[in-house]
Design a protein around this ligand. Structure first.
Ligand code: NAP
Length: 239
């Protein structure tokens, strides 16, 4: 979920190149089409426009998916949004939008997707995109930080409850990367430079630099990794 840009798009292209049959979602159909057009094995990359916060829309997609495929081996919850605002200024509507996209809709999604992964012989790998802000506070990030912390605890609780179904659930917490979600920071050069000063490696991550963590958590090499978090942040959280 969330495969129309940034990490999700790159992950979809990578798995497609490796021969997997991939389904991606996002709201923006043009962005989804572009990911398909860039893919090497076009017939194996499928997309569907889904607003994750519209439960009817999500359910309709999953019903149609269940008709097309019998099982899923790897599930990645990569959709996310960020509204940067002081807690005292953010509206309830905005706070709910961030919380719904980053956490509540993940709950709804996993409740609905479970039938596609519960009775499999081989293992299923579930990966959630959390954030370094699930571990750290930061100005204007209360909605984002609390929603990602909730997603991290969902990861750990599902890892516990689903282990008996041969399902592992882990998360990746990126630091700042060069993707759409950071455009408000990237567009402001002063802000961007200030951010870089907080990172021991003094730069934002490139999308390619997340892929090895995803491939590890999706592979048999991570068979004994469950309920864990991989932090990929250029060293931000060691300070
Ligand atoms: N980049 C970073 O620095 C960073 C750091 C920490 C964590 N993360 C997390 O990594 C994940 C991927 O982010 P990214 O950096 O790749 O940013 P991105 O390019 O903005 O990707 C966000 C994805 O989420 C989808 N999305 C957002 N709201 C949605 C909704 N209501 N319904 C369906 N899809 C929705 C977007 O699709 P549409 O636009 O088509 O709807 C897009 O595919 C997010 O969970 C983000 O919080 C990123």
């Amino acid at each position: 979920m969330g495969g129309s840009s940034g990490f999700g798009a790159k992950i979809a292209e990578t798995f497609n190149e490796l021969g997997s049959k991939v389904w991606i979602t996002g709201r923006n159909i043009n962005k989804l089409k572009k990911v398909k057009s860039r893919s090497k094995n076009k017939s194996s990359l499928n997309y569907q426009s889904v607003d994750i916060n519209d439960f009817y829309n999500l359910k309709k997609f999953l019903i149609s998916l269940k008709k097309k495929i019998k099982y899923l081996d790897i599930i990645i919850y990569c959709c996310g949004t960020n509204i940067r605002s002081d807690f005292n200024k953010i509206s309830s509507k905005e706070f709910n939008e961030v919380f719904n996209t980053n956490f509540i809709s993940a709950v709804n999604f996993y409740k609905e997707i479970f039938p596609l992964i519960k009775n499999k012989k081989n293992s299923t790998r579930v990966i959630n995109f959390t954030s370094i802000f699930s571990n750290r506070t930061f100005e204007k990030r209360t909605s984002y930080s609390t929603s990602k912390a909730a997603l991290k605890m969902l990861t750990k609780n599902l890892a516990l409850e689903w282990s008996s179904f041969n399902i592992t659930v882990n998360c990746i917490s990126p630091g700042p990367f060069l993707t759409e979600i950071n455009l408000p920071v990237l567009k402001n050069k002063k802000n961007y430079k200030e951010f870089c000063q907080k990172i021991p490696l003094k730069r934002f991550g490139k999308v390619d630099e997340i892929i090895s963590s995803v491939l590890f958590l999706a592979s048999d090499d991570s068979s004994y990794v469950n309920g864990s978090e991989i932090i990929v942040d250029g060293g931000w959280t060691i300070k």
